[in-house]
Ligand binder design. Structure first.
Ligand SMILES: Cc1cc2nc3c(=O)[nH]c(=O)nc-3n(C[C@H](O)[C@H](O)[C@H](O)COP(=O)(O)OP(=O)(O)OC[C@H]3O[C@@H](n4cnc5c(N)ncnc54)[C@H](O)[C@@H]3O)c2cc1C
Length: 963
């Protein structure tokens, strides 16, 4: 959760946004003054206004992806410096040309500031609700700037020279530059891929002609020049898109658009702005030139709209907790449409009240919906692509604005012209301002007549534009309702959906009727305890209810009811998982299986058992041990994790090297499917090949395909008591070589663990003992044999010899059980020992056993880069390593660095030919990494299987991969 520092960071991030919107509105006021001073030509004046938005629109995408690469904070600070410097240049410009250059630089700075601020909010506020509030404040800052601009501009221009409207940027940028490095964390894409300069060039080359062409349309209608310009831009846009699709590491991740929440939100934003912007230009003219208000009075009448805008943005976060987001977004747009409707009632004789009401509805409605769509845009994209995602959204925003000005502006002008009487002077036909100026030069009667017809024609133009706005907003509202309907959007955001199920009392009542009150928990103090697992990186939501059935019929009832109410289910065992796979999403039902806790059968003759999912691993092991049998999977959490959780994550443990992971013990499963039917799959025999191996499909499926209600598992004869070997090495390479030789020579110890120097030191400090290693000991190998007697002695002797041959400083074997336990204790206490230095975040990768030393070296390098302690322990026998990152529990900044390290370790593992998870699973923290590891075809097959078994995306949506 965000603390005080994060809210300060937000305050700092709102500053540039506020300024950008002040700048957008203030220039119009300054133009007459600077025109007097610098005497720009007509064309130069246009460039002074337009170059800013050209640069902004052209560079947003590039800057967004650049931020993901070089770091968003770094880019933001660079942008702030550029913006400040360009402001000084603009303020002291001595010629129109110089001012155009300064405005271009301001555009470059603006392009770095906008996407960086939004994407930093994404990385700072990991909690969905807090982030929504943060985005609301950010949006409110933007609306506030719009209102502040005219008032501040008016005041400044009254007291100072025109340059002062630019100079106000400087102190704000200085605050950002000074405070920013302290309160803003750095965030970037840990695997940004190669930067493609051609793509960067193409994105700029495509946007500029489009925006230029649209501006030409706005000024002169559909001329050849304008059309050619737009076509060139579109053509280059196609080349850009093709290039992105052909690159392995594209600059713009077009796959983002396959997410409906993302693309729906971008389109909604774009159309919302399209409708709004046309009128933003017309209404101030109406107030001043038709109703005859002074600029400052006109600006003051706009204040209620600003207040409504700020309120709409802030209310969005609160409302989203209670009402479905698609309803809110379309509701906001429809309220705005009503605002446009009110504008159709104004007349050239009066209508101030209508304008104020209309703008208040418009401001509030659009702010409400755009705050939510902005949140959807950045939460739908993976965290590391936040910069690119928000840049796409901003570009859509800019494009919508440009198109709105061009198309609606042209329509208004055309209606205005056609409403003027024949023979009206050309100067009056251009603009209403022109008509007012012309009227002053005519005799009073003719002047008055011209004024009246020009005002009437202008009002007609405004009516037509307002009707167009109504049409666009109603369409956008309906479209948003359909596109953003959560039930139809696959849950693929990094974060859970909105609280859409929160009011689903009917479902709760149904569940209570069927399972009894005691089995359905809704008290949030209690349900919170079931809302997440042990992985601090993963976000979690608020469940509608936690349900604890005690038999398979109860599970079926829950599944059927949730399917009917379209409420997602998150199955859960003990919640010891380390991937966020059991984390609740907002409004879901958490289905806890711990009450299905019977060991149904232990068949000594066939060495198998039938067990329910809620049985704790250690209880099961102890139970079968009484029959002289052994259940091998032994995760370190075995004293509290459940068999159901182990099956669903395909858990491993210390003895995997000899006995394999959970799936190697599974014979058959009973699973409740998405329609509530019960699938019994697998067998009780040693062999059997009938049909697809469906049992193994569900093993490791992390609760995304069905609910496991029973398992038939194979058991082994109880092994002999273990003998233990410890070997110390002064280099990880030597230890790695020893592991490789053990594998090469076909030895299969029952356990082989490795500890690096950091974990050895932590264990020694914690146990307050010297493990007998020298101070330059870099790695410790621990191995066991459970073959017993002479066989075990021989196995350990060969192992010991290999270690010595590979340069071990110390190699010591013992048959003494207690001594063996003490030696293993060093390995077992590492995580607890690391808590002396802070909180830990454990990664889970698996590399080929010959490359363990390289992985450890990679972790050492990453540790130096991020400045955090990383201890590596792992199951050397199977290459499954757990690099564990330690960070200060109260430091968001260290947490962010830990996250960077976490991803960097995954990257190293993949580059060594390894996998991103050996036993903890994908869950909610490694979804992008699954895609990277198994590729597009692999992900598609996953999706097809998921759709076939769970067409309603009922089970654990958004975990493991997105649909
Ligand atoms: C200190 C510590 C050490 C650990 N050591 C290891 C280790 O050595 N090896 C290892 O593999 N893991 C380890 N883990 C991780 C964790 O204990 C395992 O992933 C374990 O299998 C999770 O079991 P659980 O009952 O807690 O499941 P949960 O965390 O509750 O759930 C895990 C997943 O299983 C799903 N699920 C649970 N029950 C069912 C069901 N009946 N039907 C369908 N889906 C279901 C959930 O939806 C979720 O996706 C460790 C964790 C900790 C905290």
């Amino acid at each position: 959760m965000a603390g005080r520092k994060q809210w300060w960071a937000l305050a700092v991030l709102v500053l540039p946004v506020l300024l950008i919107s002040v700048d957008m509105t203030v220039l119009g006021f300054a133009l007459p003054f600077l025109s007097e001073d610098l005497a720009p030509t007509g064309a130069e004046q246009l460039w002074i206004v337009d170059i800013y938005s050209f640069m902004l629109a052209g560079l947003l995408v590039l800057m967004g992806t650049l931020g993901d690469r070089i770091g968003r904070r770094k880019l933001l600070l660079m942008g702030a410096a550029a913006f400040g410097a360009a402001s000084v240049l603009a303020a002291f410009s001595t010629s129109a040309f110089m001012l155009i250059i300064a405005r271009a630089l301001l555009g470059v700075g603006g392009a770095t500031l906008m996407p960086s601020t939004l994407s930093l909010i994404r990385s700072i506020f990991v909690d969905a609700k807090q982030r929504r509030i943060a985005i609301a404040v950010w949006s409110a800052g933007f609306s506030g700037g719009m209102a502040l601009g005219p008032v501040l501009g008016g005041w400044l221009l009254e007291h100072f020279w025109w340059g002062s409207v630019f100079l106000i940027n400087v102190p704000v940028m200085l605050v950002l530059l000074i405070v920013g490095p302290f309160v803003l964390p750095e965030a970037r894409d840990p695997k940004p891929g190669r930067f493609d300069p051609l793509s960067a060039l193409l994105s700029l080359a495509a946007m500029l002609p489009v925006v230029y062409g649209i501006k030409l349309v706005a000024e002169h209608g559909f001329t050849v020049k304008a059309t050619v310009s737009v076509l060139i831009g579109l053509g280059l846009g196609v080349v850009f898109v093709r290039r992105q699709n052909s690159l392995d590491e594209p600059m713009l991740d077009l796959k983002l658009f396959s997410n409906r929440a993302f693309s729906g939100s971008v389109v909604t934003n774009m159309l919302g702005v399209f409708a709004m912007v046309g009128l933003l230009f017309l209404v101030p003219q109406y107030l001043q030139l038709v109703l005859g208000l002074s600029p400052v009075v006109a600006a003051l009448w706009m204040l209620p709209a600003t207040v409504a805008g700020i309120a709409g943005a802030l209310l969005a976060a609160w409302l989203a907790k209670r009402i479905r987001v698609s309803l809110l977004v379309s509701g906001g747009l429809l309220v705005a449409a009503v605002g446009f409707l009110a504008l159709t009632q104004v007349s050239s004789g009066g209508g101030l009240a209508y304008v104020v009401v209309a703008f208040t509805l418009l401001g509030g409605g659009v702010a409400l919906s755009e705050t939510l769509t902005n949140d959807l845009v950045i939460s739908a994209a993976p965290a590391e692509r936040a910069g690119a995602a928000s840049a796409i959204s901003e570009t859509g925003f800019e494009l919508g604005g440009a198109l709105g000005t061009a198309i609606l502006g042209s329509v208004a002008t055309a209606v205005y012209r056609s409403g003027l009487p024949e023979g009206t002077a050309e100067s009056a036909r251009d603009t209403l301002g022109g008509a007012v100026a012309t009227a002053h030069q005519l005799d009073p009667a003719a002047g008055q007549a011209l004024l009246e017809s020009a005002r009437e024609a202008f009002t007609q133009g405004m009516h037509v534009t307002a009707w167009a706005g109504v049409a666009v907003l109603v369409y956008t509202g309906v479209q948003a309702f359909v596109l953003l309907d959560r039930k139809k959007i696959p849950q693929c955001g990094a974060d859970p959906a909105y609280h859409e199920g929160m009011n689903n009392h009917a479902l709760v009542t149904r569940l209570r009727e069927q399972l009894g009150d005691a089995a359905v928990l809704t008290d949030t103090d209690v349900t919170d305890a079931y809302s997440r697992d042990m992985m601090p990186l993963a976000a979690s939501g608020k469940p509608l209810a936690v349900v604890l059935p005690s038999d398979v019929e109860g599970v079926q009832a829950v599944v059927k009811a949730c399917a009917e109410f379209e409420v997602p289910i998150v199955p859960r065992g003990a919640g010891s998982g380390l991937s966020g796979a059991a984390n609740a999403i907002d409004g879901c039902v958490v289905l806890v299986l711990t009450k299905l806790d019977q060991i149904v059968e232990i068949d000594e003759g066939n060495r198998l058992a039938v067990v329910q999912p809620g049985v704790v691993n250690l209880d099961f092991r102890n139970a079968v041990e009484k029959h002289g049998l052994f259940y091998p999977p032994d995760p370190s959490s075995y004293d509290w994790c459940t068999i159901g959780g182990n099956l669903s994550t395909n858990a491993g443990g210390l003895c995997c090297v000899k006995y394999g992971v959970t799936t190697d013990s599974v014979l058959g499963l009973e699973v409740v499917l998405a329609d509530g039917s019960v699938l019994k799959t697998g067998r009780r025999t040693v062999k059997g090949v009938a049909g697809y191996d469906l049992a193994r499909l569900f093993v490791g499926s992390e609760g995304t395909l069905g609910v496991i209600t029973q398992a038939t598992v194979a058991l082994k004869p109880l092994p002999q008591l273990p003998s233990t070997l410890v070997a110390a090495f002064n280099s990880t390479e030597a230890a790695g070589e020893a592991v490789a030789r053990v594998v090469r020579e076909g030895l299969v110890p029952s356990l082989m663990e490795i500890m690096d120097a950091t974990s050895i030191k932590a264990a020694e400090a914690y146990l307050k003992t010297d493990l007998g290693t020298s101070s330059d000991c870099k790695a410790l190998l621990l191995a066991q044999s459970d073959s017993g007697g002479e066989v075990a002695r021989k196995e350990l002797a060969v192992l010991e010899q290999i270690c010595v041959d590979c340069g071990a400083d110390l190699a010591y074997a013992t048959e003494d059980l207690e001594e063996g336990k003490m030696l293993l204790q060093a390995r077992r206490v590492v995580l607890t020992a690391l808590e002396m230095y802070g909180v830990w975040l454990t990664d889970d990768v698996c590399v080929p056993r010959t490359r363990i030393a390289e992985l450890i070296a990679g972790c050492e390098r990453i540790s130096e880069e991020v400045g955090l302690r990383i201890a590596v322990v792992g199951h050397a026998g199977d290459g499954n390593m757990h690099p564990t990152i330690v960070y200060a529990h109260d430091s968001e900044e260290e947490f962010a660095r830990a996250r960077v390290a976490f991803d960097a370790i995954l990257d190293v593992a993949l580059s060594l030919g390894g996998t991103v998870t050996g036993e903890h699973g994908i869950g909610r923290i490694k979804r992008e990494w699954l895609a990277k590891e198994i590729g597009e075809v692999g992900i598609q097959v996953h999706r097809q299987i998921k759709r076939a078994l769970d067409p309603g995306n009922l089970f654990n949506p958004g975990s493991m991969f997105s649909l």
